[in-house]
Design a protein around this ligand. Structure first.
Ligand code: ADP
Length: 285
């Protein structure tokens, strides 16, 4: 049985974590400078202890998520964006396993179809935002509408350019109304992507993940990087910051995203509701 008091008292997010995360966070108005950021950094984590640390971080996330759920007043939205094979799915699996599924909503966004395509680009996104008490995770998001849509020229520049403003306002609105938004770009190198795509092709258990379209996107690598660079610069705000997470090493990526989520929940500090009064003398027989 988990003892939650012990879980939280063991080691609250330390100053060093706050410092580490501030290095990954893109300050409002700043360019992320993706080219100059290492995709292989270990961030001071150690491979031997990373699994234990991830477990410990997850236990704390679990407790805070349960409090968020009990409180029923606020919500958290974690947005994950990345190039193919950077590990969005793996990150989600590693950081969310063991959480109460009742309070977690994962939404994967594909190319819009049917009613989604018939509405504005934020329609499906808003509908998927977490309800009070929930932790929502987006696997891809409204950012596709300034990324793939820009790179593949699905709409003219005038149209995707004005979306940065919509997105800032949309996320500010979510924040004002009680949803804490935090966004992670899983930053992988082109070489690491090649290795992982090859691995998918070679492994019968993973081959299903391979789409020939991934190779088309790979030829547009520089255009995608430029689109990410601008999207992050335009939309990293105090209300909805971007973190650039080095993603060539899975164990670093998983622990970093877990720490970002924990840090976000700790700052929110959800509280379980006050119990009814007069319960002290009740004995259940
Ligand atoms: P994933 O790569 O996330 O594991 P898929 O292989 O099904 O999942 O890819 C989803 C595809 O949907 C991606 O190529 C992505 O660019 C595309 N997509 C998502 N949102 C949009 C959008 N708003 N407009 C166009 N394409 C989109």
């Amino acid at each position: 049985m988990k003892n939650y008091g012990d879980v939280m008292s063991s080691s609250p997010t330390s100053r060093s974590t706050a410092l580490l995360l501030s290095g990954l966070r893109v300050s409002p108005g700043d360019a992320p400078g993706l080219k100059g950021r290492s995709t292989k950094a270990t961030l001071g984590f150690h491979k031997e202890s990373a699994e234990t640390e991830l477990l410990d971080t997850r236990l704390k996330i679990d407790l805070l998520q349960q409090r968020l759920y009990a409180e029923q007043k606020r919500s958290v939205l974690l947005v994950l964006q990345a190039m193919d094979a950077a590990g969005k799915d793996g990150t989600i699996r590693h950081i969310l396993s063991g959480l109460n599924p009742a309070g977690v909503q994962v939404t994967s966004f594909k190319a819009p179809a049917g009613p989604e395509a018939a509405h504005d680009y934020l329609w499906r996104v808003h509908a998927a935002c977490p309800a009070k008490g929930e932790l929502g995770v987006f696997n891809r998001s409204h950012y596709e509408d300034v990324l793939v849509v820009r790179v593949k020229k699905f709409v003219p520049p005038k149209q995707w350019r004005r979306r940065y403003g919509h997105i800032r306002d949309f996320e500010q609105m979510l924040s004002d109304e009680g949803t804490t938004v935090v966004k992670c770009f899983l930053h992988v190198s082109k070489q690491e992507q090649a290795d992982r795509l090859q691995d998918r092709l070679d492994d019968p258990e993973k081959r299903w993940k391979f789409r020939a379209g991934d190779l088309d996107d790979r030829t547009l690598w520089l255009q995608f990087q430029a689109a990410y660079e601008e999207a992050i610069r335009q939309t990293s705000t105090a209300a909805a910051p971007w973190y650039v997470v080095p993603a060539d090493r899975n164990w670093v990526r998983n622990l970093a995203v877990a720490r970002i989520l924990l840090y976000t929940l700790e700052r929110l500090d959800p509280k379980v509701p006050e119990p009814e009064t007069g319960l002290d003398d009740i004995r259940i027989v």
